[in-house]
Design a protein. Structure first.
Length: 249
């Protein structure tokens, strides 16, 4: 039987006191709880303002969450969804985050949500920045929820260690969007800056596994945002942040 325990003994994360955390025995429980939390945030936005906005991450880790969220009861026709970053590849490409969202979140009742892509078909993310920013203006701001993941190198969105102008992209007043070309990644990317991600009512970070736990706690302890960019996310206080963690996927 799947465990449903929240905050199992001995599994609390060593994070700054202003960062909320929810810890689970396993990844499926975490994904379900995260979907419940995000659905509640979207419902509140719909009730207060008539529409709601959500930004999500790509990659393999978010898949259980995206599938769970697609099954939550919402007036999806009034929800706009976009991404925190995107590989600069066409929507049908296997590495496209847009494809991942369409195949895992925008299914069933959630298929009527309005999806706002970052990739626009230009030759490069640099060439697509202005058009992409124009598309993002369609979304309700502050975003009701921004759901992030983290890589083993401490990156979030496409804010990787070593990318050009990283310090600027993690600072207050940064432009909304940037093109990044991580040395460790196969594709050029477009990403929201930390300041743009903070234009949200709620920031949520989901991680699984002890390796990522160690990275996160090192970032929290050392605070070196250039070595581990997630440190900037953990130490910001502009927008409430909750970390969802499970040691098991």
């Amino acid at each position: 039987m799947m465990s449903t325990r929240l905050n199992p003994p001995g599994l609390s994360l060593d994070l700054p006191p202003h960062v909320a955390q929810s810890v689970f025995d396993d990844g499926q429980c975490m994904a379900s709880a995260l979907a419940d939390s995000v659905a509640a945030m979207l419902r509140l936005g719909l009730w207060q303002r008539g529409d709601a906005s959500l930004l999500v991450s790509g990659g393999r880790s978010p898949l259980p969450f995206l599938r769970a969220l697609s099954q939550r009861k919402l007036d999806w026709s009034r929800v706009s969804v976009s991404l925190v970053d995107e590989r600069w590849v066409p929507a049908e490409h296997a590495d496209s985050n847009a494809r991942l969202v369409r195949e895992n979140l925008l299914q069933g009742a959630a298929s009527v949500a309005h999806f706002v892509p970052l990739y626009g078909g230009e030759d490069s993310p640099e060439a697509g920045l202005d058009a992409c920013e124009g598309r993002l203006r369609r979304l309700q701001r502050p975003f009701d929820a921004v759901v992030l993941g983290m890589g083993d190198d401490g990156h979030f969105a496409s804010l990787f260690p070593g990318v050009a102008d990283l310090a600027t992209l993690l600072a207050d007043g940064a432009p909304t969007l940037a093109a990044t070309r991580p040395a460790s990644a196969a594709h050029a990317r477009i990403t929201l800056s930390l300041a743009a991600l903070q234009d949200a009512r709620n920031l949520l970070l989901q991680i699984t596994g002890e390796r990522k736990r160690a990275v996160l706690e090192t970032a929290a302890r050392d605070g070196d945002r250039l070595a581990l960019p997630v440190a900037a996310l953990l130490h910001q206080t502009r927008t409430p942040l909750r970390v969802f963690f499970s040691p098991i996927e």
